[in-house]
Design a protein around this ligand. Structure first.
Ligand SMILES: Cc1cc2nc3c(=O)[nH]c(=O)nc-3n(C[C@H](O)[C@H](O)[C@H](O)COP(=O)(O)O)c2cc1C
Length: 317
């Protein structure tokens, strides 16, 4: 069981829709891999429908360097959780994670993501349906509550009573989005709940942790926490799972790798989302903003490569 194989404190790349796809995960693996990857979230009802299955399976593609990797799913239809949990077993995943924390309006409107906090009985039914349909370990990622931080005092026990293999807590409410600092001060109380209700559940803390050093510092303070999940930290430093300080050349190599992988796996999708990543690689050196501005004007991988080769050309004297 993957969760028992990971050495404490383990580090995880957070699931991020539109970011942690099959191409970007391989970029992070090349820079310095976390102990565990998660996929972006996939909707259970898309997978369960004829029309949506192809697209759902595209999102669930994994590469050899992804392993071990957890498939994250969301939705609100308990039968569909069962269908997907059963199907995921043969797709190479080490576990299944249920998203009960996404604050996106469109997701919440359908009753999924963080809206599950407001329908705990339905959340439990979805969890049980997933668990009974697979031999893979089932975990949950959630927030402290919907509107108030102290909702965690009833919400987390509801989840822990189901004995998830792991519980990731993003230390904010849905209403707080990412606008306030993560509530690290609540970690001791969350540890106590876990220890009392489900000591075998791995506890993972998430929110504002930028890199390995920060995760290790938190672990010093809270040694009972099993793992730490880093999301937006990768935008500041794709080497954030290591102590390595990247050179400009290494970052350029990662950008070129990203273009290659995008071409290999995602060339049938739009080029535009790829532009969100350029800032990760081209940052903090003289001329970086001009370079980036030129890249932002491109419309294809071929054009992006042309801009890169122009900027990398040695200067003739
Ligand atoms: C662009 C973006 C997409 C996200 N998509 C997901 C997702 O698909 N599933 C999920 O559980 N959380 C998602 N999240 C939330 C992150 O996993 C994480 O909980 C949040 O960013 C807080 O961690 P951080 O402060 O380390 O970034 C997303 C966050 C961002 C910024």
């Amino acid at each position: 069981m993957i969760w028992n194989e990971l050495k404490k404190p383990f580090l995880i790349l957070a699931p991020m829709e539109g970011v942690t796809d099959i191409a970007f995960r391989q970029v992070i693996a090349a820079a310095g891999r976390p102990d565990l990857f998660f996929t972006e979230f996939t909707n259970v009802s898309s997978y369960a429908s004829e029309a949506g299955r192809h697209n759902a399976l595209e999102r669930l593609r994994i590469a050899p360097t992804d392993s071990p990797i957890i498939a994250q799913i969301w939705g609100k239809n308990p039968e569909h959780f069962a269908i997907v949990a059963e199907a995921l077993e043969s797709l190479g995943f080490s576990g299944i994670d249920l998203n009960f924390g996404c604050p996106d309006k469109n997701v919440n409107k359908t009753g999924g993501g963080a809206a599950m906090i407001k329908t705990p009985e339905l959340a439990v039914e979805c969890f049980r349906n997933a668990k009974k349909s697979t031999n893979l370990p089932v975990s949950v990622k959630t927030r402290l509550g919907w509107a108030k931080t102290d909702e965690f005092k009833t919400w987390l026990p509801t989840l822990l009573a189901e004995h998830p293999a792991a519980l990731t807590v993003h230390l904010r409410t849905k209403k707080e989005m990412s606008k306030v600092p993560a509530h690290y001060e609540l970690i001791p109380e969350i540890i106590t709940l876990r220890d009392k209700i489900s000591p075998e559940t791995k506890l993972i803390i998430n929110g504002d942790i930028k890199n390995r050093a920060e995760a290790l510092a938190l672990h010093e303070k809270y040694p009972e926490v099993d793992g730490f999940m880093i999301g937006r930290g990768v935008f500041q430093n794709p080497y954030c799972f290591t102590d390595h300080v990247a050179t400009r050349e290494e970052l350029m190599n990662l950008l070129e790798l990203h273009l290659d992988l995008y071409e290999k796996y995602l060339k049938n999708t739009s080029f535009e989302p790829l532009k969100h990543f350029f800032k990760i690689y081209i940052n903090n050196f003289p001329g970086a903003s001009d370079f980036r501005a030129k890249l932002m004007e491109t419309h294809s991988i071929k054009e992006a490569r042309e801009v890169i080769s122009l900027f990398q050309k040695p200067i003739d004297n």
